[in-house]
Structure formats: C-alpha cells, structure tokens
Write a protein of this length. Sequence first.
Length: 401
Amino acid sequence: MKKIFFIFIPFLALNLSAQDNIQWRGTDRTGIYKETGLMKSWPADGPEMIWFYDGLGEGHSSVAIAGDKIYSTGLVDGKGHLFVFDMEGKLVKKKAYGPEWNTSFNGSRATPTIDNGKIYLYSGTGNLICLDENSLNELWVKNIVDDFKGSNIRWGVNESPLVVDDKVFITPGGPENNVVALNKNTGEVIWSCAGEGDLPAYCSPLYLKDQQTPQLVTITTKHILGIDVKTGKKLWSYPYNNQRNIHPNTPVYHDNMLLCVFGYNKGSIMLRLSDGGNKAELVWENKEFDSKTGGAVKIGDYAYGSGDHNKYWFCVDWKTGKTMYKDNTIAVGAVIANENMLYCYSDKGEMALVGATPEKFDIVSKFSITMGTEQHWAHPVLYKGIMYVRHGNTLMAYKVK
C-alpha cells in the first residue's frame, strides 16, 4: 500500500479564499507565477520539504491546482490514474481513467485542466475525458482516432486541454479535424478546423484574448496556426518544422509578438501578429535557442530558457533575438519564473534559483532532487508559497516562502 509522508508545518493554515486555478504553466500558460514574498535564496541543502507522496506511478505530467485540491496523473498497474490531494499532501481520492501510454517513455503526459466543476484529462492514447470534480464520475469521453479520424504519434499525444468560455479544444490532427472545439459540458462538436492537415506535435495551445479576433495558437508538425476561437476559421499559418516534427513548447506571447521555440537544433522564431490577429510575419530567428520540452519565459525585454542540441541556458533579446548569454553550469531542462527569479529544473535533477538578468546565468541557490524515478521532465509549479516538483513516481512539496 502506498503511503504519504508529511510533516506538519504551522504556516500551512492558509487563507484558501479566492483561489487561482493553476493549469499547465500557471494560470495563463506563460510559465510566470504571481506569488509574493518568496525566498530570494535557499539553504545550501535546498528549501524545506514539507511533504511528499511516493506512488504516482509513471509519468511526466505537472500538477494542477483548483480550490483547495492538487491534481496529478500517472500510470499504475497498466492504467492511467488521477490523484487528488488536499493542501497538506493527503491523498483524498484516486480514480482510474482508462488506458495510458505504455510503449516508450511510459506514463501520463498532459497536465489536467480544471474548469467550473469539471476536470479535463487527455491521455497519451488519445482519450479526452471529462470528469465531475467532486465525484470523479466520468461525464463524457472522446477519442481522437475513433471520433475525429485523427492519429496518434510516436511517443503518444500530449496536450493539456485548453478551456475558453463554453469550449474545450483538442488537436486530433489530419486533414479533416485538425483542431476541434467541443462543448465543455457535453463533448459535442462546436466547430472543426482543417488547419494545414498536419499531425499533432505535442503542443498545448495558447489563448490570445487581446486580438481583435480572439484566437487559439498552436503548433502542429509543420505549421504554427492561429484559429478563431468562436468560429474555427483558420486566420493564419506559418510553416516551420524540425527533423522530428516535435514541438511541445507552448508559444510565449506579449503585445502582438509570439515566440516559438523548437528543439532538435532548429532554434526559435519571433512572429508579429497584425491586422487584428489575421496575419503573422517573421520578425527574427535565433538558430541557437532550441528548447525541446522545457518551455521559455518572458521577463522584461528578454526571454529565458534552455536549449536541446545546444545544451546551454539562454537569454535572448525579446525584440531582436540576439543571444545575451549561454551557460552550461547546470544541465538543460524546464523553466518557470516568479518575481524576476527563474526556477530551473534540469533533466539531471538539479533545481536552481536563478536571477533573471541578461548579464549572466546568475545561480543564487541550487540543490538536487534525489527522490523519484525516470526522467526529470515535469515542469515545477508554484502556489501559495509552495514549490511542487514531480519526478516520476514521486510528488514533492517544498516551502519556498
């Protein structure tokens, strides 16, 4: 029987009113968290671990947080499972949701999305599942192959579902139902966009609400797409691919500028949206900054993240694409940020707190993640003074405030 180990810390008696809904890479998918008063340095052996759970199974999905509950997924005994914890780390519910990816790099991929009393899960086998948040009963399920003539891909589809108003979006791929919008309550199709007919490419989409035409932006195997969220009309596409057609990084957006970072030695590009969001044009290209799965963040006039083929941590000028520095003091990995500090989780298990400055990769503190299994690929999460780190079978909670 799996056990939870935790230590009572008085500060955990938090005010849980007005909760933010933490989904993939924060509340808005930028990787920028909005905590206040976090530590600007950590003890030599790292911040205090206040609890951990050893029993998530195989997987790389990050945690989602809604209300006073923490959600994660994993592959256990051949099936995908949803785990629900309270804020003290106690497992309060566990639900098997069906088949999960078990062919290569086994386990769950996508981070759950919680919206208005419902949980949306996307399995590596292509099932989009809607559960009731309280009972965990299945409300509806759609499969990208059976229902939309889509295709699975080499390492199992990965897309954290995006919910906007009454719609939930998913990317089956293929020439007919490239991207679809479903009624979030029933699973019925609202619209289907043919896109450019590409396969999906592991990308979790982004919602741009400040354009004249609010749109979903995602990356398929050979194109970056902008799609009208209301009608499903393709607004624009930009051709770009790498040798593996793998594009897991959600684009980074600010003020009509859209940064797309690609792995496998392909680099990154900046697009400018114009004509109310109906056009996209290339602004610059940086062939070094080629993050594969670690994402990127924008702080001030600079973007930060790590490479893939180019195994460095990078800072690039947001406006020009100029490389300000590249540094390989620690291994490459995932990045999130808060209050001008980078939280860098390397694929070798190093967790570093780094000052966000274009002058240098300014490591303030670092420690090693020694618990857990397999790859260090899940992105960290910050919430109410806690840093959540998932390493395969183990979820850890560190006090960083």
